[in-house]
Design a protein around this ligand. Structure first.
Ligand SMILES: *[C@@H]1O[C@H](CO)[C@@H](O)[C@H](O)[C@H]1NC(C)=O
Ligand SMILES: *[C@@H]1O[C@H](CO)[C@@H](O)[C@H](O)[C@H]1NC(C)=O
Ligand SMILES: *[C@@H]1O[C@H](CO)[C@@H](O)[C@H](O)[C@H]1NC(C)=O
Ligand SMILES: *[C@@H]1O[C@H](CO)[C@@H](O)[C@H](O)[C@H]1NC(C)=O
Ligand SMILES: *[C@@H]1O[C@H](CO)[C@@H](O)[C@H](O)[C@H]1NC(C)=O
Ligand SMILES: *[C@@H]1O[C@H](CO)[C@@H](O)[C@H](O)[C@H]1NC(C)=O
Length: 631
């Protein structure tokens, strides 16, 4: 009786050792015998047609039917003059450009012919770029950014070759007629003057042609620039060693991006060839593994009706346990001496995880949000105020979120009213009611170890303050549209008897279509805040907040920036209104590109919202008024 368990243990240990060895061998076999192949792609566009679904135009990019060219911006665009426009034209399917197993970038060649037309004499803020980007639905900032990146996307993987006709000293440009290679940023890693290729990008009478060749094995790029129809120049304009791996994802989109700044210039692309090749290793399991899998499937599906005798069942369970132990053993031993190929393999698996939308608001764990925000990194801060900090973050499934983390001081002061049961119920209620494109969805909450957090959807195009007070100038047409979007969202909320409770330029985001999304709403989650207890006063406060937002957006000044502290922005605009000099407070950076009458009308609406509470209009009236202000 005593020796039986002992024997049992010996047998178990022997079996584990044997199975683990087998398993290791099988997997090792799996790693070695991996056939490789080349994944190639060829694109050939002798000209472009609007009906061709292979190209996707974003922003103000268009395919001109009569000319058969891509135009960025659209030559017959309604907005005149064509300043501060941005667009992209991309091949509509993703292309495999990186092998995550061997960390090898693709080799590619591309050639295209292009011409810039209709620029005014003021040569500033425009150009074209050949781009490799991670998505096919966003564009970047206009002006000197060439639509390549925007302020919000510091972690954006992008490769670009720019043909720049503006001299932006802040980006280190050599002159207003150069070619540059950009890696994840607008500041070029390498530049060359076009004149070195005996070409001027400003010459509107010639069609230029560029040839770009990248060797993914040698990690070397060459670029030739010449005139379309002439033979390829013998000397490259740019030639450099370059490792593109950090800037590539397995699948990316290729195409063109262009923008205009203070002056208008149309970027025409006439023809385009692109071809790429990238190695791919195919994991083929050994015949042994296949055989075992088949047996397993048979044992799983063939047992219908009759029950297996208990002894058989026991053996089955034991084997199953042994297998998992063997796997664990293999896992831990491989952890200890992880080879680089295994590392690449796990990275490969990580990459395969595609973003997935959770359907209902759920509870998040503290660790989940801790790692999503890179330990609540400063770099990830979107906004902060007395109640806490708003972070951007990325969940393990790749989904982007904004996380509001309430400060302990704030929670402490409202602790008596801090009731998670009620808050959860409220989140559930609200997500059913709040369905509007200008209001982000609540993804969930976290209440753990004295922390309180709410998780919202996040929008990659960044927050309004960065667009408004950043380096570029947000055009008037956009500002007006954003004001209307915000008014519409608030009018919708108020119609549901809900108050936003936290209006702020740093928590209003721009979605992929540059629609304003009024984020970080509270809707009275905590009774200390406006909303639930007294929706009427909360809504009145929202109208005031909206009025202040309008003043900031039209004047381009932050509340605290305006000279006299006591008077503030509101007092200043009110004073100018009294003097009948409202047009003077409109953001001077807008220059001639603004309808000053329209801007004054909008300012007056803003002022009326920010007056004493009894005469404030409601948001529905404001929205109607704004719709009529546009004539
Ligand atoms: C893949 O392409 C590379 C470079 O062009 C070449 O050296 C290699 O032989 C190709 N591999 C296969 C399997 O065709
Ligand atoms: C340039 O502008 C003029 C008038 O503004 C227009 O007639 C012409 O078609 C434009 N040229 C191109 C190439 O778009
Ligand atoms: C070009 O634009 C800049 C900024 O808008 C302006 O200061 C300058 O006077 C303009 N130059 C010409 C020649 O129009
Ligand atoms: C490029 O042009 C700028 C100004 O036009 C000049 O200062 C610079 O030396 C040129 N660079 C080269 C490499 O020729
Ligand atoms: C434009 O390029 C053509 C061909 O090289 C040349 O004949 C013409 O003089 C150039 N025009 C200007 C304004 O430089
Ligand atoms: C573009 O590709 C096509 C087909 O592969 C080829 O016939 C043509 O010569 C290429 N054009 C250029 C400019 O290389």
């Amino acid at each position: 009786m005593d020796s039986l368990p002992c024997l049992w243990w010996i047998w178990l240990i022997i079996s584990i050792t044997f199975l683990a060895k087998q398993e290791t061998q099988l997997l090792a076999h799996n790693h070695q015998k991996r056939p490789t192949t080349n994944v190639t792609k060829h694109l050939h566009f002798p000209s472009f047609h609007p009906s061709n679904p292979e190209l996707k135009c974003l922003g103000n990019a268009v395919i001109s039917e009569e000319k058969g060219v891509i135009q960025i911006p659209h030559a017959s665009l309604k907005v005149q003059p064509q300043t501060y426009q941005v667009g992209r034209a991309l091949y509509s399917s993703h292309i495999r450009l990186f092998d995550p197993m061997t960390l090898t970038p693709a080799s590619f060649q591309t050639t295209f012919s292009f011409q810039f037309t209709n620029s005014t004499t003021n040569r500033s803020g425009n150009g074209l770029a050949f781009v490799i980007v991670p998505d096919e639905f966003t564009t970047g900032k206009p002006g000197p950014w060439l639509g390549i990146v925007n302020d919000a996307c510091n972690h954006y993987k992008v490769f670009a070759v720019e043909f720049d006709t503006s001299h932006d000293l802040q980006f280190g440009d050599p002159n207003d007629d150069h070619v540059g290679i950009n890696l994840g940023t607008i500041v070029s890693f390498k530049t060359a003057n076009s004149s070195e290729a005996s070409v001027s990008l400003h010459n509107h009478t010639v069609v230029h042609r560029v040839w770009i060749t990248y060797d993914g094995y040698l990690r070397w790029i060459t670029l030739h620039l010449g005139i379309d129809g002439d033979p390829k120049p013998s000397q490259p304009l740019l030639s450099s060693s370059l490792n593109l791996s950090p800037f590539l994802e397995e699948y990316m989109f290729v195409g063109f991006s262009a923008s205009t700044g203070d002056s208008s210039q149309i970027h025409n692309i006439f023809s385009w060839n692109f071809s790429s090749t990238v190695p791919a290793s195919l994991p083929i399991p050994s015949p042994k593994i296949c055989h075992r899998n088949v047996k397993h499937q048979v044992s799983k599906y063939s047992k219908t009706g009759q029950r297996a005798p208990p002894s058989g069942f026991l053996i089955f369970v034991t084997l199953l346990g042994l297998c998992s132990l063997a796997f664990l053993g293999f896992y831990f031993s491989s952890q200890r001496n992880k080879s680089s190929s295994e590392e690449a393999f796990s990275r490969f698996l990580e990459r395969r995880k595609r973003p997935m939308l959770p359907s209902k608001p759920r509870k998040f764990t503290f660790t989940e949000l801790y790692s999503a925000t890179q330990r609540f990194s400063r770099v990830y801060v979107l906004a902060s105020d007395a109640s806490g900090v708003l972070y951007r973050g990325t969940l393990t499934n790749g989904y982007h979120v904004a996380v509001r983390r309430f400060s302990t001081r704030f929670l402490g002061s409202s602790s008596s009213r801090f009731d998670w049961v009620r808050i959860k119920k409220r989140i559930g209620e609200i997500t059913k009611v709040v369905a509007h494109p200008s209001l982000p969805i609540i993804r969930g909450w976290c209440c753990e170890s004295g922390e309180a957090m709410i998780v919202y959807d996040h929008y990659q195009n960044g927050s309004l303050d960065r667009w408004l007070f950043g380096l570029g100038t947000l055009p008037w047409t956009w500002r007006f549209k954003l004001i209307k979007d915000i008014a519409e969202a608030l009018s919708f909320l108020h119609s549901k008897q809900l108050a936003h409770g936290n209006l702020n330029t740093s928590t209003i985001f721009l979605d992929v279509n540059y629609r304003a999304v009024v984020g970080d709403y509270r809707l009275g989650f905590f009774s200390g805040e406006s909303g639930r207890d007294d929706p009427v006063s909360g809504m009145r406060a929202d109208v005031f907040g909206f009025g202040m937002l309008v003043l900031e957006i039209v004047t381009g000044k932050k509340e605290e920036e305006v000279g006299d502290e006591e008077v503030g922005l509101l007092g200043f605009v009110g004073e100018m209104h009294g003097k009948g000099e409202m047009v003077k407070v409109v953001d001077e950076r807008l220059g001639d590109q603004v309808n000053r009458e329209e801007a004054s009308r909008v300012l007056k609406i803003g002022l009326s919202c920010a007056t004493e509470s009894c005469s404030r209009p409601n948001m529905n009236e404001v929205f109607q008024c704004l719709t009529n202000a546009h004539q």
